[in-house]
Design a protein around this ligand. Structure first.
Ligand code: ATP
Ligand code: MG
Length: 293
């Protein structure tokens, strides 16, 4: 089993006919159990730390990881596990909730654009501008709050937003920001189990939120708009990965593999030291060694 195969298996790029129902949320590829994945994941996390150190030192590329999912799909846990080995200095996570009044007064890419990763860094979006073609599409009333000029709100609005997102992602890619997008694909049955656990286990009560139940009632609408998003915004330069998420260990493994593959594709190296710098280092070394102390 090649790891690169695993990352490729769930990749969606340029596919107008993509069907979400073709991917089973309980899939675990060729792996039978958590134990099979553990060693693989541990090794991956260690390799990621090494690649991130090079990414940071080289200071040329940046990596943007976007996470979208239904509630309780495990975005937080996946981010925590996959990034557990990386240096916090080179990595930043942003969570995007319902927009504030100030954010609503700007174009829809404004608030996320301010949080893009610098060169050498890994940026993680826990939800993102994709909410603008997901929750805002399911709850049309949210669009009202954006106060767009009425003449611009036409039947083409979602198509135009897809175009703008694709154009923005192409622009970022051309500026050295590598983008990987993850949809953690959970089944409705497994969401029910996880929401029940939040109600039953005292340590999980804090995670329970009533709006999650209201969103659950719109399950089919969300699946439909997610499929539309995947069909229209999966591109060669910024692919989506539909990650089966009913088994948390498996989702974590797939995400780790995709991140590794992305970093490995950049052929990262520590910056080479030129002759002048080497000479300087040799001189400093000599004077340090000559010290009495
Ligand atoms: P968790 O529940 O695991 O803590 P979460 O990402 O679900 O994490 P919440 O605070 O529960 O965080 O929910 C954030 C809510 O904000 C989601 O329902 C999401 O749809 C909503 N949201 C995010 N971006 C937008 C947006 N641009 N417009 C409207 N609603 C948005
Ligand atoms: Mg939530």
């Amino acid at each position: 089993m090649k790891r690169i195969e695993l990352a490729k298996h769930y990749r969606v790029a340029e596919n107008k006919k993509f069907k979400l129902s073709d991917i089973n949320p309980a899939d675990t590829w060729k792996l039978k159990s958590k134990e099979h994945a553990r060693e693989w994941l541990d090794e991956g996390v260690a390799r990621m730390a090494d690649l991130q150190a090079k990414l940071y030192a080289q200071n040329q590329w940046a990596l943007l990881l976007i996470f979208q999912a239904m509630d309780a799909a495990g975005k937080d846990g996946t981010i925590k596990h996959v990034m557990s080995g990386v240096n916090p200095q080179g990595c930043e996570v942003f969570s995007f909730k319902a927009p504030s009044a100030r954010e609503l007064d700007h174009d829809f890419l404004w608030r996320t654009n301010r949080c893009l990763p610098e060169r050498g860094r890994i940026g993680i979006f826990n939800r993102s501008y994709y909410e603008e073609v997901l929750v805002v599409r399911v709850h049309r009333e949210f669009l009202q709050r954006q106060n767009l000029p009425p003449s611009l709100v036409t039947n083409n609005l979602w198509k135009e937003r897809f175009e703008d997102i694709n154009a923005c992602e192409r622009y970022l890619t051309r500026n050295g920001i590598v983008i990987r997008k993850f949809f953690l694909h959970l089944s409705k049955v497994e969401q029910k189990q996880r929401l029940l656990a939040r109600l039953e286990e005292p340590d999980k009560n804090w995670k329970f939120s009533v709006p999650d139940i209201q969103e659950r009632a719109r399950w089919n609408d969300y699946q439909r708009v997610y499929q539309e998003v995947l069909r229209n915004t999966a591109t060669d330069f910024a692919p989506w990965y539909v990650v089966p998420a009913d088994h948390k260990w498996f989702a974590r493994l797939v995400v780790a593999e995709v991140v590794l593959e992305a970093l490995e594709s950049l052929n990262l190296q520590y910056p080479a030291v030129g002759p002048a710098k080497r000479k300087e280092l040799a001189q400093v070394r000599k004077s340090l060694e000559a010290e009495n102390a």
